[in-house]
Design a protein around this ligand. Structure first.
Ligand SMILES: Nc1ncnc2c1ncn2[C@@H]1O[C@H](COP(=O)(O)OP(=O)(O)OP(=O)(O)O)[C@@H](O)[C@H]1O
Ligand SMILES: [Mg+2]
Length: 513
C-alpha cells in the first residue's frame, strides 16, 4: 500500500494584524521533510512576519498550525525551538561577547549541571564540538568568542545551534527558517552557505527568504509567492523561473527597461561635481576618480576590495587616515570634520548598514526623513514645524512608495526594504546634488528596486552626480555610465559603459579576482 507523503508542517489560514492593520492574510503553507522552500515577495509582503508566526514570535491572530501531525500553537520563540523550529534572523541574534558554546546553549545552562549543581561547561563544549564536526564546521572552536568569527561563520554557528537544540529536545528533523541569510555576505560566502544547506537538508527542512531571485532558483524545491500578505502563487520544478517569480511578485513581466538604460545621459561635457584624488589609507591605495554632473559612476569589486572604504572616506564617515583629497564642485573638503563639510556641500550617503548607520529606529518615519533637512522643516525661530515635517515626509513616502501605516510609524517596525527607502528619502528630501550609495538596493525587492532606479535617473536628469558602490554586478552594469573595478585597495580596471555598449558580468569578474 502506498501512502501519500504528509507534510511535517502545515499552516492553514494564518493571519496577523498589527494595531488593526492586517499584514498577513489567510496564508496556507506546507513544509515536507528534507525540503527547501522559499517565500518570495516584495518588501512588506509579510514574509518575515510569516516566519515569525511559525516561530512563535508573533502568534497568528487566526488560523491553525500543525507540526509533525499535532496541533502547534507556540506563543513564545522558546516553545517553537522546543518543538524543533529555529530561526536565523535577518539581523543576527548571537551575543558577540559570549563563547560559541555559550551561545549555542544560551538559557539552557541549567540543564547541564553536574551532581553538585555546578554548570558543566565541559559537557556543553563537548556537545557543541561534536555538532560542529558533524556539520563539517570543525574549524569553529566552541571555546572562542563569537565575535572572533566573521559574519558567515556566525551564520553557521546559528544553524549549528538549531541542530544542537533539536537534538537536545529529541527532535529528529528540525525546520530551520532563514530570513535573508545572504543579504550581507559576498558571492563566495553565499556559495559556501548554499553548499552547507544542501548538505544539511538530509537532516532538516529549510525555509528561505532572499531578494535575489536567482538564489531561489538555485536552492529551492518549491516557492511560495506573497503579495500584500497573501499567497498569490506556488511554483515547483520546471515552473520555477525568474520570469514566473517576477511576474507573480510584481504583476508585470520583467523587461529590458529595468535599469532604464535609455535614460542614461551623455555627460562627457558636463562639469565635474565630485573629484577624488590619491585617496589612501588602511585598505585603500591611491584611488582617484571623478564623477560628473548627471553621471553615475559604478564602483565594483569583491567584498573586502576596499570599495566600501572609498565611499566612506569620501563622505567622511570614518575617521580616515586620509592621504589624498576630496573635492566637491571644485572645493576641497577639509580632512577634519569632512563629514560635516560633505553634508554642508550637498553630499548625501546611503550606508550599507542601514539599521545602525542609516536610520534611527526608535524615531518615526517622518522624523527620520527630515533628519538631514532640519533647516527646511524649521521655522525662523529654529523650532521644527510639525506640519512641514509631515508634508515633506508624505511627499517622499508616496514618491518612493514606502509601505508604512503612516508617517508617524516608528522605523523599527518597517520591513527591511522599506527602511532602506527611508534612508534614501532622507537625502532626497534635502535635495542633495551628490550621492554616494553603498549597496542602495540591498534587501530591496525587484519592484521597489525598479522604482529606486527610476528615482536615480530622475536625479541625474536634474544634474545630480552619483557614486554607486554595489556588490550587484548587473546593477552596476545597468546603471553606470562608467565602471571602475577595485582589487586589493586599488582600481584595477576602468571602462565606459554607454547604453549601447555595456560590459558583460564575465568581463568585470575577470578583473575582480
Ligand atoms: N512589530 C510590528 N509592528 C507593526 N507593524 C509591523 C511589525 N512587524 C511588521 N510590521 C508591518 O508588517 C508588514 C509586513 O512586514 P514584514 O516584515 O513581514 O515584510 P517582509 O515581506 O519581510 O518585507 P522585507 O522584504 O522588506 O523584509 C510591513 O508593512 C511592516 O511595516
Ligand atoms: Mg523581511
Amino acid at each position: 500500500m502506498t501512502t501519500r507523503r504528509e507534510p511535517i508542517f502545515r499552516m492553514r489560514g494564518g493571519s496577523k494584524s498589527f494595531s488593526g492593520n492586517c499584514v498577513v492574510d489567510g496564508v496556507n503553507l506546507e513544509i515536507f521533510a528534507n525540503e527547501i522552500i522559499g517565500i518570495a515577495g516584495e518588501n512588506g509582503a509579510g514574509k518575515s512576519t510569516t516566519l515569525k508566526m511559525i516561530a512563535g514570535i508573533h502568534p497568528p491572530n487566526t488560523g491553525e498550525m500543525e507540526l509533525f501531525g499535532k496541533p502547534f500553537k507556540p506563543v513564545r520563540y522558546t516553545q517553537a525551538v522546543e518543538a524543533g523550529i529555529s530561526m536565523v534572523f535577518q539581523e543576527q541574534a548571537l551575543i558577540p561577547s559570549l563563547c560559541v558554546y555559550e551561545n549555542v546553549f544560551l538559557s539552557l545552562e541549567s540543564n547541564f549541571t553536574n551532581r553538585l549543581a555546578i554548570v558543566d561547561r565541559h559537557a556543553m563544549i563537548a556537545h557543541t564540538e561534536r555538532h560542529m564536526k558533524d556539520l563539517g564546521l570543525a574549524h569553529i572552536d566552541p571555546r572562542r568568542r563569537t565575535r572572533d568569527y566573521a559574519f558567515h561563520d556566525r551564520q553557521m554557528i546559528e544553524i549549528a545551534k538549531a541542530f544542537a537544540l533539536a537534538e537536545y529536545f529529541h527532535v529528529d528533523h528540525p525546520i530551520i527558517l532563514l530570513d535573508e541569510p545572504t543579504a550581507a555576505i559576498g558571492e563566495r560566502e553565499v556559495a559556501l552557505l548554499f553548499e552547507s544547506i544542501r548538505r544539511f537538508r538530509a537532516r532538516a527542512s529549510f525555509v528561505l527568504i532572499t531578494h535575489r531571485l536567482s538564489e531561489y532558483i538555485e536552492l529551492c524545491d518549491r516557492i511560495y509567492v506573497f503579495k500584500d500578505g497573501r499567497n498569490v502563487g506556488e511554483f515547483a520544478g520546471e515552473r520555477i523561473s525568474e520570469q514566473n517569480l517576477h511576474m507573480a511578485m510584481v504583476g508585470r513581466v520583467r523587461d529590458e527597461e529595468y535599469f532604464k538604460e535609455k535614460r542614461q545621459r551623455n555627460v562627457t561635457e558636463a562639469p565635474i561635481a565630485l573629484s577624488v584624488k590619491g585617496l589612501g589609507g588602511e585598505n585603500v591605495k591611491s584611488v582617484s576618480l571623478d564623477v560628473r554632473k548627471g553621471e553615475i559612476v559604478g564602483l565594483g569589486g569583491l567584498v573586502g576590495c576596499g570599495k566600501e572604504a572609498v565611499g566612506r572616506a569620501v563622505v567622511g564617515f570614518d575617521p580616515f587616515p586620509a592621504a589624498g583629497t576630496v573635492e566637491v564642485n571644485g572645493k576641497v573638503l577639509p580632512v577634519r570634520a569632512r563629514g560635516k563639510a560633505a553634508i554642508a556641500n550637498g553630499v548625501g550617503f546611503v550606508p550599507k548598514e542601514r539599521k545602525t548607520e542609516g536610520i534611527v529606529p526608535y524615531m518615526s518615519v517622518e522624523a527620520n526623513i527630515s533628519l538631514a533637512s532640519l533647516p527646511l522643516v524649521s521655522r525662523l525661530t529654529g523650532i521644527i514645524s510639525a506640519a512641514r515635517e509631515r508634508s515633506l515626509a508624505e511627499k517622499h513616502v508616496n514618491g518612493l512608495r514606502i509601505r508604512c501605516s503612516g508617517p508617524t510609524q516608528l522605523c523599527q517596525f518597517l520591513s527591511g526594504g522599506n527602511q532602506q527607502k527611508v534612508v534614501l528619502a532622507k537625502w532626497l528630501a534635502r535635495g542633495v546634488q551628490i550621492l554616494v550609495l553603498d549597496n542602495p538596493t540591498r534587501g530591496v525587492d525587484v519592484g521597489a528596486k525598479e522604482e529606486i532606479y527610476a528615482v536615480l535617473r530622475d536625479l541625474t536628469d536634474q544634474g545630480a552626480a552619483i557614486l554607486l558602490i554595489s556588490d550587484d554586478l548587473l546593477e552596476l552594469i545597468g546603471l553606470a555610465n562608467r565602471i571602475l573595478v577595485m582589487r586589493g585597495g586599488e582600481i584595477q580596471f576602468e571602462r565606459d559603459a554607454p547604453a549601447n555598449d555595456k560590459p558583460t558580468e564575465q568581463e568585470l569578474v575577470r578583473h575582480m579576482v
